[in-house]
Design a protein around this ligand. Structure first.
Ligand SMILES: CC(C)(COP(=O)(O)OP(=O)(O)OC[C@H]1O[C@@H](n2cnc3c(N)ncnc32)[C@H](O)[C@@H]1OP(=O)(O)O)[C@@H](O)C(=O)NCCC(=O)NCCS
Length: 204
């Protein structure tokens, strides 16, 4: 395998949906957790690819079938993202999932992303790599690429939400210079960083 970073292409979409599910339980496989596990990528992948595909980058085996094994994606403007999600994305998926207090309800309420830090840290992201792509510096490369794309768009700060139980991901974000911004609800921590600071390209 020769893994490298490239821009997202529409043909990657189903691979990204699968990666999201297979890493969706705090980094582990979430396939068995939901009656319809596509609810996860319909929240955390699909709407981003629909709105800002130019901000999506993948890890692919470019010497093989060129299938995606990991991704980073997000939005440069969370307020605009939420407005378009409600107007354009939600109507197309809402009937598929019950409003059951779980992910089906989370799908219906993207406005929870409009927390107090949303104007200071207007962008947000999601990053997931399958196990065979982890631990080789590719997450760092994806992050560098994504932060560079935000910088090009004049975006100064980015945030992300993660499960507090995902200690491996927390170690990764700490290493890349993210700091804790808030714990809005039990089990969720919001981290953020500047897209301009030196840590973007170095090891800190
Ligand atoms: C978390 C994740 C994105 C990290 O990507 P990665 O490619 O494995 O990480 P990298 O190899 O690029 O590591 C970058 C740095 O973070 C550190 N790091 C990564 N994982 C770590 C861990 N579990 N413990 C300690 N440090 C870790 C590395 O040591 C490295 O530091 P260095 O370059 O100074 O040596 C990836 O493992 C992943 O997708 N995991 C499953 C899905 C997930 O949990 N996503 C995040 C949801 S919030």
């Amino acid at each position: 395998m020769q893994l490298s970073i490239r821009s997202y292409r529409p043909g990657d979409r189903e691979d990204l949906y699968e990666i999201c599910v297979r890493t969706g339980d705090n980094g582990a496989d979430a396939t068995s957790l939901y009656p319809d596990p596509r609810v996860l990528p319909d929240i955390f992948v699909g709407p981003y690819l629909a709105q800002e595909p130019e901000l999506a980058f993948v890890v692919a085996d470019t010497a093989g079938e060129d299938r995606a094994l990991g991704y980073i994606l997000g939005t440069s403007d969370t307020r605009r993202f939420v407005a378009r999600y409600l107007a354009e994305w939600l109507p197309g998926v809402v009937d598929r999932y019950p409003d059951d207090g779980g992910r089906g309800s989370e799908l219906r309420h993207p406005e929870v992303m409009l927390g107090p830090g949303v104007d200071e840290y207007p962008a947000h992201l999601h990053i997931d790599l399958l196990p065979q792509a982890q631990g080789q510096g590719l997450g760092r490369q994806l992050m560098r690429t994504f932060l560079g794309a935000l910088r090009e768009r004049g975006v100064l700060r980015v945030q992300l939400g993660m499960g507090v139980r995902n200690v491996a991901a927390r170690a990764f974000y700490d290493r890349l210079g993210f700091t804790e911004l808030a714990r809005p609800v039990p089990g969720l921590v919001v981290l953020g960083r500047d897209t301009l600071m030196a840590g973007a390209d170095s090891g800190r």
